[in-house]
Write a protein that binds this ligand. Structure first.
Ligand SMILES: [Zn+2]
Length: 127
């Protein structure tokens, strides 16, 4: 991943941190979880993501005139540059899709819960 300061491909995710989720730019207070890449298996990490996506969808399903989900973000602020850049992580969001989770894992979870809660999923991960 590219560092936003030195623009080198030297950005690495920290082994522990916090992942936040946003759905069409919105989050619940509970749309956040910790990760530990050294202690948790991919299955455990996926289970946490599933739980938080379902938590938001269950809440969103009660809305009238639900907009389709066009934008999904899973991001962390726990990154380090190998060049020791000072990165302003308060204003920097780095996506963990393609880092902690594959695009296909995220897509399949969104699709599954979209069907369950009747929310149209129109997320484009190609940009
Ligand atoms: Zn850097």
């Amino acid at each position: 991943m590219y560092c936003p300061v030195c623009f080198q491909n030297t950005l690495r995710i920290k082994s522990t941190g916090v992942i936040k989720l946003a759905f069409n730019g919105k989050s619940k207070n509970s749309s956040i979880f910790t990760y530990n890449l050294q202690k948790e298996s991919q299955e455990q990490l996926i289970a946490k993501l599933r739980e938080k996506i379902e938590d938001f969808f269950r809440f969103y399903a009660d809305f009238q005139n639900k907009a389709p989900l066009k934008n999904f973000e899973a991001y962390a602020a726990d990154f380090l540059c190998e060049n020791n850049c000072k990165i302003d992580m308060i204003n920097t969001k780095v996506s963990v899709v393609g880092v902690v989770y594959s695009v296909s894992e995220v897509k399949s979870i969104l699709t599954e819960y979209g069907k369950k809660y009747a929310i149209d999923i129109e997320v484009n991960f190609n940009h």
